[in-house]
Design a protein around this ligand. Sequence first.
Ligand code: GLA
Length: 387
Amino acid sequence: MDIEFVRSRFIKHFDGNTGNVYASPGRINLIGEHTDYNGGFVFPGAVDKGIMAEMRANGTEDTVMAYAIDLKDRVDFKLSDPDGPRASWARYIYGIALEMKKLGVPVKGFNIAFAGDVPLGAGMSSSAAMESCFACGLNDIFGENKVSQWDMVLAGQATEHNYCGVNCGIMDQFASVFGKAGCLMRLDCRSREFEYFPFKPDGYRLVLLDSVVKHQLAGSPYNDRRRSCENVVKHIAAKHPEGKFETLRDCTWEQLEEVKDEVGAEDYKRAKFVLGEKDRVLAVCDALNEGDYEKVGEMMYKTHEGLSKDYEVSCEELDFLNDIAKENGVTGSRIMGGGFGGCTINLVRNDLYKKFIDDAKKRFNEKYGHEPKVYDVVIGDGSRKLC
Ligand code: GLA
């Protein structure tokens, strides 16, 4: 994907003028899954794959003309239309434009063409990449770049909540906006404080194996997981009127045990995973500071187990990829992102890399009739204007 490619389509599909070009990445997450909407910690980084968009004000009051280059699909709509467009990709443009307006950006009609190389439905946050890319463009074209990075993160999240049906946390949009080449970021989702962590593990590398099972969060059990967590918090809060319980971050293991019987087995398991995951992120940070990658890997396997058995967001194919990793002596492996399909993220020693990938391709192919896709992780920069 390059600027000239996007530009040639922008020229061809609109009035021949050029606009400005913006790019935003997808993300990986080393550890800290389903913790963001529970006020916990996450440990993501932006990748070198993402969305690129050319955009230009078109002189109309509120008509947006949008072209999805990869899908070869053109949709025009008005920002004043209360329902907005139906095409799911166009809803991200509609949603973010309205959210940016809420932040005081006087968005008017514009033309936009975009393309991407972040795989769709692989759990690498192609949707957050779209939201932050379009937010970055609208902020520049109509808003004199007055909207802060954090407000763009929140506008992206609000787009998911209000127009796309996913009650997500802030990890994906945060990683896409704030990413920095070579660095992972530890974010405290309650205080929103974060730290850049240079990540260059000597002798190891990160690789994603994409099961190509489509992950689709909209209207999915993702929202149910979130509701389970909120239900547990509600019960704990009711037992402790003196305390302040906003999310599972504020709850202890003892308090969870107290409500075990009343919340039911399923919600209990969900919350148990979240409390364990909160501790694992911190353990991984300590291990990274000490250069102890074996410990990092151990935590990743524990996360996989929890996501599979307690949070129940894995699937047969991802569990199989995790088993193959274990059998090949891979240091750490786990399902990445929201779940229900997508990728595993693997921390693997350089000397085992080839054997692992070959074995995973062969055995996955034998069982499912196709190979998993392999993405070597390169940690890249966040949202930016290219020209
Ligand atoms: C999706 C959501 C994020 C986060 C992850 C799970 O990617 O968009 O907010 O909850 O799932 O960690």
